[in-house]
Design a protein around this ligand. Structure first.
Ligand code: SF4
Ligand code: SF4
Length: 357
């Protein structure tokens, strides 16, 4: 099996992976539910975990709100490639006599949880497989970070009954995460808890990262329903200006209340499809927590500055978006015809607006 272990890693690398590792039922033992690879394949013994980097050239124009589409396209194509590589590896193993299950890169959820896919629980967590097999570290953000590409990577996994030789986790001292918290400062939804961490143990190895608050936070902001930071000074690529709630339980009602406005906004070409999104079509508007997280702290600081100094996005009638100063964005939205303006914000009554200046 050592020869097969090497062969399967070679296949992943030949197909475009930048790094590849192996986790097994032993190295994942006692882990969280989504580290249980037998959920997707009852006879599973191993998981092949690998990653592909995103193109760094598209990240800063995206954060500066100069070019959204190039990053979106790169992310979509890289994710599709990752899912395809998983399928090719799984097919190879199946032909060799090892039952195997390729995992899609993202947007696949368990259907047997209390609320089904609405709970957004993945069949297996690519992240747990990645840290345990040593292809990346956990950053404080909970994202997988890598010494060359930071958190700008797409993870892939194949689950198999083949008994491969596991690879070791990376040494914790090589983790570049210094707790700078720029990931949190770049998140308009407050998804990452600033003061609570969670500890996870898999196969006797411990990992920790910030506790994630309710996933509806990220759904609301990264999903594009709204995007204006509570400071009012910067936004994601979402043109929505609906308020961002404080409490976890307020986010789902906020999504429901803004769903119709979201769906009626004009669309640019492109985007991808997500069955939980109103209209099923999603345009990339955030991802900021991972995109700012570069291994070089100076680059991280620069990217955070780009994000927070590039203004507030306003949508044009043809669906295109432009960033303006907070004041100019406010003026432009206020000047929109009422039937368009309500796609982006709660319309204040006339008295309030006058008072507001
Ligand atoms: S942005 Fe800073 S705190 Fe967050 S994961 Fe990256 S290095 Fe760690
Ligand atoms: S993708 Fe955006 S909204 Fe979601 S956690 Fe990251 S920064 Fe926050």
């Amino acid at each position: 099996m050592e020869k097969m272990t090497q062969r399967v890693k070679e296949i992943a690398m030949c197909l475009g992976a930048k790094s590849v590792g192996i986790a097994t039922t032993e190295t994942l033992s006692e882990g969280p539910p989504s580290a249980d690879i037998r959920y997707v394949l009852p006879g599973a013994r191993s998981a092949i975990s690998y990653l592909l980097p995103l193109n760094q050239d598209h990240i800063e124009p995206y954060l500066k709100k100069k070019d959204r589409r190039s990053y979106e396209l790169d992310n979509i194509r890289t994710s599709t490639l990752v899912s395809g590589i998983s399928m090719e590896i799984a097919d190879y193993l199946i032909q060799k006599g090892f039952p195997s299950a390729p995992q899609a890169a993202n947007i696949v959820y368990r259907t047997d949880t209390p609320n089904g896919p609405l709970d957004e629980k993945p069949p297996v967590s690519h992240r747990y497989l990645a840290v345990r097999s040593g292809i990346g570290h956990f950053g404080l953000s909970g994202n997988i970070i890598t010494k060359e590409d930071g958190a700008s990577v797409i993870l892939g996994s194949v689950i198999t009954e083949a008994e491969f030789t596991p690879t070791k986790p990376l040494p914790p001292e090589e983790n570049y995460c210094d707790g700078c918290r720029l990931c949190m400062a770049s998140c308009a939804s407050g998804y990452m808890s600033p003061d609570e961490t969670i500890n996870v143990s898999m196969g006797g190895v411990n990992f920790s990262y910030s506790r994630s608050r309710h996933h509806n936070r990220c759904d609301y902001v990264c999903g594009g329903f709204t995007g204006l930071h509570k400071s009012g000074k910067w936004s994601t690529w979402s043109p929505g200006r609906f308020p961002i709630p404080e409490k976890d339980e307020e986010f789902f009602p906020a999504i429901i209340n803004t769903a119709e406005s979201y769906q009626k906004r004009p669309r640019e070409e492109g985007g991808s499809f997500h069955f939980l999104i109103p209209g099923n079509r999603i345009e990339f508007t955030c991802g900021n927590c991972s995109l700012v997280c570069h291994p070089d702290k100076e680059v991280r600081k620069r990217r955070h500055k780009m994000l927070t100094e590039s203004g507030v996005v306003v949508q044009n009638p043809d669906g295109s978006r432009e960033a303006f100063s907070p004041e100019e964005a406010k003026r432009r939205i206020a000047a929109m015809p009422l039937e368009m303006r309500k796609f982006y914000e709660i319309i204040p009554d006339r008295g309030e607006e006058k008072h507001d200046g």
